[in-house]
Design a protein around this ligand. Sequence first.
Ligand code: CA
Length: 229
Amino acid sequence: MTSRHILVVEDEEKIASLLCDYLKEAGFRTSTQNNGDRVLAQIKKDPLDLILLDIMLPGKNGIELCREIRQFSNIPIIMITARVEEIDRLLGLELGADDYICKPFSPREVVARVKAIFRRMHAEPLTHNLVIGSISLDDKTHQVMIDKQVLNLTPNEFGLLKIMMRRPNRVFSRSELINRVQGYDFEGYDRTIDSHIKNLRKKIAQKLPGQEIITTVYGVGYKFSASSD
Ligand code: CA
């Protein structure tokens, strides 16, 4: 099996080389790019499997780049930001990145996140069946089962669960969830999401008492928590 190729877009040379060292150690191939204006050409030229994308760059910044890449590619993107407060804003922009990491980070953590994305991609079923732990969701029949018991959900609850189960451990902002479930922005209806989530949690808790499956990420939103083996 050829090793996966990761592009590290980062203008701080020390950080870029540290990341590359750790990624290579983990068995990946790496390339680097330190100028935002040269990223698109590089992506189109090299077959890549994942991009680590710093936001503050000379030339085009990571936000512009993420948007442009998403117009032609579904390649996994992990955005790197210098400020933890920025993650909420980034989620709100709905750039389509797969994950967000804040500086300063441990290179080990970055490698773990990269591996998690590849594992999820690999695990993504061809059918419409999502199974995480004891919860399984069938997109065709709109049925959710926990330990072989049916969970009766409303269409909104089902939609929310599906979105979060597709990307376990990825945090979704309220506006992102509203947008994805209802297909458009429901401005000011954040509390609607909160009540759907509350009901969804209640139903899950009846079958899985004491387990926190849907986690609140304070100040950001919600995620489906799955242990990373
Ligand atoms: Ca930078």
